[in-house]
Design a protein around this ligand. Structure first.
Ligand code: FAD
Ligand code: FES
Length: 290
C-alpha cells in the first residue's frame, strides 16, 4: 500500500508526504535517500526532477530541486524514488539529518526530461553531482529499465559511454550503478587522485583523440554551468548534438515564480528568458546563451 498521501493538487504535480525508506552516505558529503512515493516513481522520466521540502518545518521555507536518480519497484508497482545530493547549503544540511521513517514533502516529476533522440553512441558527460540526471537515461537506452506511465519505449543505444569529472576521487558516488547499467565508465579528477588528471573536457579530448563518429553520437550533459558550456563547445566543434540539463536555482518548480529563468535562443536568432522548471531543465545546448 502506498504511504505517500496527496495533500494538495497543482496543475503540474501533487505535493506528497513521502516516507524516507533508506538514507546513506555514499561519498564525501554525498548522500543517497530513498522515498516511498509511488505517483512520482511511476511517472518519472530520465532527466526529470522533483521539489523536496522537510515535512512539518518552515525552515528552509522554499523547496529545492533534486534530479530523480532512479526509481524502483516493490515487486508490484514502481514505488520508490532515489535522490543523490551533496551537502551544500541550508536544505541539504538539514536533509542530511533526516532518518528512515521521517517524512518529506515531495512534488514531481517536473520538467521536460531528456527527449528521445536515436543514438548509436550515447555519450553521457557529468560534472560534480550532475550524474544524478543521467543514470536513468543510460539504463533506459541500454534496455535495463523503462520509465513513465505508460512506460515509454526508447530507441536503444548500441553503446553508452559515461565520462564524469569531479574535484577528487572521494566525490564519486555510486559509480558502479553506471557500470552495472552497461556503461563504459571513464573518470577525471582535478587533483589526479583517480582517472585522468584534469577536467571532464580533458577526459573527452583524451578518450576521443582518435576522432568520434559525430553522425552516430549524441551528448547528454549535466553539471556546473561553466563545465556544461565547455562540453557544449566541445560537442559543437565536432558537430555532435548536445543536450544540457541546467541546474538553475528554483523556488516553486511549477512555472509560477520565474526564479529559474535562463537565456534561451529563439528560432529567429534572438533570445528570451525561459523557465527551466517547465521548459527545461533539458535544452539543446546550441540554444543556451551561456
Ligand atoms: C533540475 C535540478 C536538479 C538538481 N539535482 C540535484 C541533485 O540531484 N543533487 C544535488 O545535490 N543537487 C541538485 N541540484 C542543485 C540543488 O537544487 C541546489 O544545490 C540547492 O540549492 C541545494 O540547496 P541548499 O539549501 O543545500 O543550498 P542553498 O542554500 O540553496 O545554496 C547555497 C549557495 O549555493 C547557491 N546556489 C544554489 N543553487 C545553485 C545552483 N543551482 N547553481 C549555482 N549556485 C547555486 C546559492 O545562491 C547559495 O549561495 C539540482 C538543481 C536543479 C535545478
Ligand atoms: S522555479 Fe518557479 S517558475 Fe521556475
Amino acid at each position: 500500500m502506498p504511504t505517500a498521501s496527496t495533500t494538495h493538487h497543482a496543475d503540474h504535480a501533487a505535493v506528497l508526504r513521502s516516507r524516507v525508506v533508506t538514507h546513506d552516505q555514499v561519498a564525501e558529503a554525498t548522500f543517497r535517500i530513498r522515498v516511498d512515493c509511488p505517483p512520482l516513481a511511476a511517472r518519472a522520466l530520465p532527466g526529470q526532477f522533483a521539489m523536496l521540502r522537510l515535512a512539518d518545518r518552515c525552515d528552509p521555507l522554499l523547496a529545492r530541486p533534486l534530479a530523480v536518480y532512479d526509481v524502483f519497484s516493490d515487486g508490484i508497482e514502481s514505488r520508490y524514488a532515489d535522490f543523490l545530493y551533496v551537502v551544500h547549503g541550508k536544505f541539504t544540511r538539514a536533509l542530511a539529518d533526516v532518518r528512515p521513517g521521517d517524512e518529506l514533502l515531495v512534488w514531481g516529476p517536473l520538467g521536460n526530461g531528456f527527449a528521445l533522440p536515436s543514438a548509436g553512441h550515447l555519450l553521457l558527460v557529468a560534472g560534480g553531482i550532475g550524474q544524478t540526471a543521467l543514470l536513468a537515461l543510460a539504463r533506459e537506452r541500454l534496455g535495463r529499465a523503462r520509465y513513465g506511465l505508460p512506460a515509454r519505449t526508447a530507441d536503444p543505444a548500441t553503446r553508452v559511454t559515461f565520462c564524469w569529472g569531479a574535484r577528487t576521487a572521494a566525490a564519486f558516488a555510486c559509480t558502479d550503478d553506471f557500470r552495472k547499467a552497461g556503461c563504459d565508465v571513464h573518470l577525471a579528477t582535478l587533483d589526479g587522485s583517480t582517472g585522468t588528471r584534469g577536467t571532464v573536457v580533458d577526459l573527452l579530448e583524451e578518450r576521443f583523440a582518435g576522432g568520434i563518429a559525430a553522425a552516430d553520437t549524441r551528448v547528454a550533459c549535466c553539471g556546473p554551468e561553466p563545465m556544461m558550456e565547455a562540453v557544449a563547445a566541445w560537442a559543437a566543434g565536432r558537430g555532435i548534438p548536445c543536450a544540457v540539463s541546467l541546474e538553475t536555482p528554483m523556488a516553486c518548480g511549477i512555472g509560477i515564480c520565474f526564479t529559474c529563468v535562463a537565456r534561451i535562443r529563439d528560432a529567429d536568432g534572438g533570445w528570451d528568458y525561459r523557465r527551466t522548471c517547465v521548459e527545461g531543465p533539458v535544452f539543446d545546448a546550441t540554444r543556451v546563451v551561456w
